[in-house]
Design a protein around this ligand. Structure first.
Ligand code: ADP
Ligand code: MG
Length: 259
């Protein structure tokens, strides 16, 4: 039986500025199972990034509770957060970028350096260790940003639209490649995406958020065998169309444009 790795109970969050209050999240509750790949979709500006920031511990919800793995405080370090615009530093080499998180958290050691080298091998970037970001393709840079997050060996990965900067074809290949590797490593993932096909082909479950103040509007379990868990092959089976239409309908009622 799978075990709960994260539970959210009635999370609400509002931003307060001099212009007034923006209610972002209202009564968000869900559980995440160990090894699960959860996708979250919702209208632009509904609070998706806010939700990830709360889970990562960067924002404190005004109400509600989060139960983390083993419910211990330092378990925050078991969460890796890859931001929507997670740029590499152009003046640091690929290797220096990859170890940045470890450096900041004061966790550089022979063991962690060896792990980064292993990840660079695994993601076919070892030959580029001494290159600079400008010398790499978009997909490769994305893999470096992911390695920087994985280097801290998180149990849960929070990915905020990680493929949105890539062109369509690269995106299909890179999303397939990265997600296969993440699954193989047994990580638990929350992926935010505005691409419904991507959500269907990559995840085990999809949460649809409403417009602000965001609530969980719909939950959809995705059942694909390994062969069809692929950005292109998933489209060849009848369930794909069914899933897509359900999500589309749910989002249509919320907004004309989603992000
Ligand atoms: P999403 O990621 O779904 O596009 P966000 O979580 O970024 O949405 O934002 C949700 C809402 O909160 C938006 O209306 C946004 O304008 C507002 N918001 C986000 N960050 C801040 C902030 N730091 N201060 C005030 N309002 C914010
Ligand atoms: Mg966002």
């Amino acid at each position: 039986m799978s075990k709960n790795i994260l539970s959210l109970h009635n999370i609400s969050y509002s931003y307060h500025t001099i212009q007034g209050e923006t209610k972002a999240l209202k009564d968000i509750s869900f559980d995440l199972q160990q090894g699960e790949f959860l996708a979250i979709v919702g209208p632009s500006g509904c609070g998706k990034t806010t939700l990830l920031s709360i889970i990562a511990g960067l924002l404190t919800p005004q109400s509600g509770t989060i139960v983390l793995p083993h419910n211990s405080k330092d378990m925050r370090s078991s969460i890796g957060y890859m931001l929507q615009r997670d740029h590499l530093f152009s003046w640091r080499t690929i290797y220096q970028n990859a170890i940045l998180g470890l450096e900041i958290q004061n966790k550089l050691s022979d063991r962690t350096k060896a792990y980064v080298e292993h990840l660079l091998e695994e993601y076919e970037l070892a030959d580029f260790s001494d290159k600079y970001p400008d010398q790499l393709s978009g997909g490769m840079k994305q893999r470096v940003a992911l390695i920087r997050t994985l280097a801290l060996n998180p149990d849960i990965l929070l990915l905020d639209e990680p493929f949105s900067a890539l062109d369509y074809q690269t995106r299909l290949n890179v999303s397939d490649d990265i997600c296969k590797r993440i699954r193989k490593a047994g990580k638990t993932v929350i992926l935010i995406t505005h691409d419904l096909s991507e959500a269907i082909s990559l995840s085990d479950r999809i949460l649809v958020l409403s417009k602000r103040p965001s609530t969980i509007k719909y939950e959809l379990n995705i059942e694909l065998d390994n062969e069809h868990r692929h950005p292109v092959r998933s489209r060849t089976i009848p369930e794909f169309g069914k899933y897509f239409n359900i999500l589309w309908e749910e989002l249509q009622n919320e907004s004309d444009s989603i992000n």
